[in-house]
Design a protein around this ligand. Sequence first.
Ligand SMILES: [Zn+2]
Length: 183
Amino acid sequence: MKVLQTQRTYNTSPLPNLVKHENKVNHATINTGDGNPNPSVIFGQATAPGLNTLDFSDIKLLDAPSNKGGNTGSRVVLHETLEAYYTSQPDYSTNALLAHNEVGKIFPGYDFVLNSIQYGATDANGNVSGFTFDAFEQNNLNAKSVLTFKFVTPVPRTALPTESSARLGNMPSFNLSEVKKIP
Ligand SMILES: [Zn+2]
């Protein structure tokens, strides 16, 4: 695991009796992966308190011409880094979604619209190569991109859940292949 950035802070908050004390040291760590696509991460995600895992093969797609005007790779890296810092704090350590929402006010990540999952065409062998769904930049309903994913290996259409019940956790392994900003 490569550590891209480590942040630490030392708080000296006054106790109610005004006696200063030393709080715990908080670390935020970013796992930058091994450069290969990580099928279990889309852009980045909180994987433990104080730790976010990034997938740079996904993040670089944000800066492709197809996503011009949309969220950027550097902003998403900042989002993930600050999110790891938040979850290193007691108030957020058990609630990564709350951390995601708070950080999104400063550096927007994405909110996925999972009920918009649509499979690609079924080929002559009955297989599907991937699927799409919509994602909004946090706090900006005018900033929508379509994310396209490819299954690691094509999957028989009959082996997939229905589109309306499909979720990230009940589909075979996939990787992000395109981010396209919707004008
Ligand atoms: Zn987030």
